[in-house]
Design a protein around this ligand. Structure first.
Ligand code: GTP
Ligand code: MG
Length: 200
């Protein structure tokens, strides 16, 4: 990623806004405040490209970023999704459903779960239902791992994977990624996944 450059593209709330973007794409989803925007900054090796906040509900639309190779062709899009479960139990706009159901270039959704929480909440389960319904490939990212003692990590991730696999058996990858934006633990693994799923 050091040999690539990242930039902000657009903020979108409907297909018309992003239809012209046709590169392979990945998206980051999860409950409000789980650290999606911070994680994208870490993956892109940028400090402030994506706005983050202590207050939940900060990202309220789909934000598209481009990652290009400085050396040659090969560009991908990375989408920061608004968090769910902040205003009401099951709250996401129709544009989220439209995005998940119709976005052909979307290769994988990385679904973040906070390590310390250690389980899926009902909003996570509802989101997994959507992924399963629209057959969107997904991978769990257990994040803010710096808040935990490392001995607890395996137990937590296997419990969360088990719970999620029950809901989205046909789309969820069997492997979760454990990481922290604060310590950069696991960021290299996540970067490698992003590039390989986008064919780079
Ligand atoms: P919304 O856009 O509101 O849905 O939130 P988000 O998921 O984009 O979260 P964001 O990246 O804005 O981070 C929320 C808060 O969590 C901020 O105060 C971050 O500093 C903090 N945070 C993010 N990643 C980590 C991490 O890896 N470890 C710790 N300890 N804190 C983190
Ligand atoms: Mg955000």
């Amino acid at each position: 990623f050091r040999h690539r450059s990242a930039k902000f593209l657009i903020t979108a709330v409907n297909q018309g806004h992003y239809r012209h973007l046709t590169h392979p794409e990945v998206a980051f989803a999860g409950r409000s405040n789980v650290g999606k925007s911070s994680l994208i900054n870490s993956v892109l090796c940028s400090q402030k490209l994506v706005k983050t906040s202590k207050k939940p509900g900060h990202t309220s639309a789909l934000n598209f970023f481009a990652l290009s190779s400085r050396a040659g062709p090969g560009e991908i899009s990375i989408v920061d999704m608004p968090g769910y479960g902040f205003r009401s139990r099951n709250e996401w706009g129709d544009f989220i459903v439209e995005y998940l159901s119709k976005r052909k270039v979307l290769r994988r959704v990385f679904m973040l779960v906070e390590a310390k929480v250690g389980e899926l909440k009902s909003t996570d389960e509802n989101f997994l239902d959507l992924l399963e319904e629209y057959k969107v490939p997904a991978q769990l990212v257990i994040t803010k791992a710096d808040k935990l003692k490392s001995a607890d990590t395996d137990q937590i991730s296997s419990a969360v994977i088990k719970q999620a696999t029950r809901i989205a058996p046909s789309v969820l990858l069997p492997q979760a990624i454990y990481c922290s934006s604060r310590t950069r633990m696991g960021i290299d693994v996540l970067q490698a996944e992003v590039l390989s799923v986008c064919g780079l």
